[in-house]
Design a protein around this ligand. Structure first.
Ligand code: UD1
Length: 434
């Protein structure tokens, strides 16, 4: 198993370039199953989850070509499989998104209940109820969702919680059905807005993405397009927090600062100097992050967009572990997203977590230790903690980090971090999968 060896205590300095968005790419890739012809995506990140989704589309019958410059070509003309492979859906929750396009194009689908990070119960009832409203006949048998539909039709759907996954999945499923679909209490994440933009470029008629009500006028068919994936706001936020935690001075390039508003404002509240630079005709957007330690405690409530993103809660807790004072962090999105604090406590953090909240009392410094990345964002938390700690940390569970952060060790080395990777599975290489 691969490991990171991190010598902590070195301020990060320099420039880092952010990759394309993981969550936006995954939603867009699944939606490609609806299109005829070869869609070309640019700025796709070199991470584990993209390889999993590329493999999934390939095994469903699509032609998939993945190039080292982040270009991904998908031609779903011959997409024909109505069963999604168990090994891939168990690995990554977003692979469940293929269910809707399967039903819309082929009229039948058999997809295992999904896996993914261990952050509490993650049901798929909003997805299945929404598909049933669109006219699907759905049953769950032996851990598989089995779905049939002679002809899907428009419907009014209300989500009990503005779920990002259910919103993107149902928006995709409804794009080519007969009639109008209304999704009420929809998620408003930038990735949802981007998916609507992508589907509209393919010929769909979707309005309201970014608000709590999305209206989808079904169209008969979608066509191939060329499209650029937005930057990954969570990767950008993670580097911003790592810069702050190490007392560094970093320019983070290829960022849409508006997507990071709550993260920027909370960093500023903690005493970090953050300057957002919007994109212009001549330059891409950026963030400049400078921090003089110590920082102050801040309270965080993770909520659906435009609230503070739950995916940033974990690295932020690492930062606040050495801030002056007591911070209270509450996660309103996932029921059990604080398991990783046990690793930070091993490094000397003073944290009490119960249910959806954690109380963090800032300590003078963290100490390097042998720690584990228990899931993707927990991995970001332990890396940030190790970068700011005194002495060496050895991080195992690196495969979780690879799911969402491309070339993490190389990017951090360029910023002056003392980080080495041992093992065999690095680097992930983008290879043609079709
Ligand atoms: C997506 C993101 C993930 C992010 C999360 C919240 C992808 C691939 N992943 O995950 O990075 O942390 O949004 O911003 O885009 N829920 C139900 N029933 C459902 C669906 C969801 O009860 O059918 C609940 C979940 O258990 C959770 C809440 O709704 O408590 C929000 O989950 P959701 O927004 O769906 O997260 P994901 O789409 O899985």
């Amino acid at each position: 198993m691969d490991r990171f060896y991190i010598q902590g205590g070195r301020p990060l300095q320099g420039i880092v370039r952010i990759s394309g968005s993981k969550n936006s790419s995954l939603a867009v890739m699944a939606a490609c199953l609806l299109g005829r012809g070869k869609t070309i995506l640019h700025n796709v990140p070199d991470i584990g989850d993209i390889h999993t989704m590329a493999e999934m589309l390939h095994r469903l019958g699509a032609e998939v070509e993945l190039y080292p410059d982040g270009t991904l070509c998908i031609d779903a003309e011959h997409f024909c499989a109505t069963e999604a492979p168990f090994d891939l859906v168990r690995k990554m929750r977003a692979s469940f998104y293929v269910l809707g396009p399967m039903l819309a194009r082929l009229g039948a689908a058999r997809v295992p209940l999904p896996g993914g990070c261990d952050i509490g119960a993650r049901p798929v009832d909003y997805h299945t109820r929404g598909l049933m409203a669109l006219g699907a006949d759905i049953s769950i048998e032996h851990g598989f969702v089995e779905a049939f539909a002679n002809r899907l039709h428009g419907a009014s759907i209300y989500l009990d919680f503005p779920s990002a996954g259910a919103t993107t999945h149902l928006m995709t499923a409804a794009a080519t059905v007969h009639g109008t679909t209304l999704i009420e209490n929809a998620a408003a994440e930038p990735e949802v807005v981007e998916l609507a933009r992508f589907l509209n470029a393919m010929g769909a008629h979707i309005e309201g993405a970014g608000s709590r009500t999305i209206v989808i006028e079904g169209v008969p068919a979608l066509h191939a397009v060329e499209y650029r994936i937005i930057p990954d706001r969570i990767e950008a936020g993670t580097y911003a927090v790592a810069a702050a935690a190490t007392g560094g001075d970093v320019r983070i390039q290829n960022v849409i600062p508006d997507h990071l508003n709550p993260v920027i404002l909370k960093l500023q509240e903690a005493g970090v100097d953050v300057i957002p630079i919007a994109a212009s005709k001549d330059s891409i957007g950026a963030l400049e992050v400078r921090a003089l330690r110590p920082l102050h405690a801040v309270d965080i409530l993770a909520m659906p967009h435009p609230g503070f993103p739950t995916d940033m809660q974990q690295p932020f807790v690492s930062l606040l572990s050495t801030a002056r004072g007591t911070s209270v962090i509450t996660d309103h999105v996932f029921e059990s997203r604080f398991k990783y604090v046990a690793e930070l406590i091993r490094m000397g953090a003073d944290i009490r977590a119960e249910g959806r909240s954690a109380v963090v009392r800032g300590v003078e410094r963290l100490q390097g230790a042998a720690i584990t990345a228990t899931d993707l964002r927990a991995g970001a938390a332990v890396v940030v903690a190790a970068l700011s700690a005194e002495g060496e940390s050895i991080i195992s569970g690196v495969e979780h980090i690879d799911r969402g952060y491309g070339n993490l060790a190389a990017k951090l080395q360029l910023l002056g971090a003392g980080i080495e990777r041992s093992g065999t599975s690095h680097p992930l290489s983008l290879v043609a999968a079709g």
